[in-house]
Write a protein that binds this ligand. Structure first.
Ligand code: SF4
Length: 336
């Protein structure tokens, strides 16, 4: 593709998203996915403009706590918390209340507006439901922070009870395109995930629905995934990049290359202009020196501190990056 045609494609996308404020057709996104590497910085610049125009300048900061780690009966091939694979993750029971409160306080101290309690489970059993319904209002009222939960597949009644119990946002990832999902997970279906996302919506919780890029999916499947995310209307989309975990079936895959990661962050922003697009797991090993460029390619939220089973940069480094970029930390759900 010539430089001139690349420029024309990017300009046409800008006209749709910025001048007409309309959604970009998936076919246009597919054309942008084929731009040469030299055009990626221009694509990223457009994605940054789109995020400012559709979402404003604030960046949302969130902390996550793995409140029950490992021992999961599911077989997600990327996940070191599955009991089906021999990994270095040790299964631990649900943390006690004091530990959860301490983690929430630490998260609030960093200026975060959202604290997510994450459990490695297929879905919550009744005992887990009771613990969540006890913890969520306690954390919200004592610490004064929004509480999100990630506890797997929900039935309709569980979604209703969590919404009534004060869960502000529920995380349930589609992870990948419907057509690729059977290569990633065999113990549950993509449709079960999709239905949980719909239930979260129906019961009035904000939906946080993440993706994991770099598992061998094709370019077309990434575009397919953007279309499927549009169908579940998430408030937030965390972008994870595969950080291959030893012992898992995907432990030997290559990392996504840094400039490719920037290209896809930008494409997810152009495809989902109004969502909170969050930098999540795998960003340090994937983006390496391009961390800051990620922030100006359409991202408007960060997970600070450690991820579920891998260590992140220090929160201070991330907060310094935001300060250097003059990006204010804010509460995005209030402005959406
Ligand atoms: S991704 Fe979630 S459901 Fe899948 S194995 Fe890991 S903890 Fe279990």
């Amino acid at each position: 593709m010539s430089d001139g045609s690349a420029r024309a494609l990017i300009a046409a996308a800008g006209e749709v998203l910025l001048d007409r404020r309309e959604q970009l057709p998936l076919a246009d996104l597919a054309a942008l996915a084929a731009l040469p590497d030299t055009a990626v910085p221009s694509l990223a610049a457009l994605a940054h403009e789109v995020r400012l125009a559709w979402c404003g300048p604030e960046v949302e900061v969130e902390g996550i706590l793995s409140a029950k780690t490992g021992g999961c009966p599911e077989d997600c091939h990327f996940c070191s918390q599955s009991a089906k694979f021999e990994t270095q993750v040790l299964a631990t029971p649900f943390l006690d209340t004091d530990e959860v409160l301490r983690a929430a306080e630490e998260t609030a101290r960093l200026g975060a507006s959202e604290f997510c309690i994450v459990l490695a489970v297929r879905g919550p059993d009744e005992r887990t439901m009771q613990r969540l319904l006890e913890l969520v209002p306690m954390v919200r009222d004592r610490v004064g922070i929004n509480v999100a939960v990630s506890a797997g597949i929900l039935d309709d009644d569980q979604a209703r009870r969590l919404a009534e119990g004060g869960v502000h946002r529920y995380n349930h990832n589609l992870e990948t395109a419907q057509s690729f999902f059977p290569k990633v997970v065999t113990t549950h279906s993509w449709e079960e995930r999709f239905e949980t996302c719909q239930r979260v919506h129906e019961h009035g919780m904000e939906l946080c629905c993440g993706v994991l890029l770099g598992m061998g999916e094709t370019v077309d499947q990434r575009i397919e995934l953007i279309g499927q995310l549009r169908d579940v209307e998430p408030a937030e989309v965390p972008i994870n990049f595969l950080n291959p975990r030893p012992g898992t079936p995907f432990g030997n895959l290559d990392l996504v290359e840094p400039l490719e990661a920037i290209r896809w962050i930008a494409l997810f922003r152009l495809g989902l202009p109004s969502v909170i697009l969050r930098f999540a797991g795998g960003r340090e090993v994937t983006l390496r020196e391009l961390q800051t460029m990620g922030m100006t390619s359409g991202i408007n939220a960060l997970i600070v501190g450690n991820y579920l089973t891998t260590l992140g940069r220090t929160p201070e480094e991330d907060l310094q990056m935001l300060e250097d970029l003059r990006m204010p930390v804010g509460v995005l759900s209030k402005v959406l």
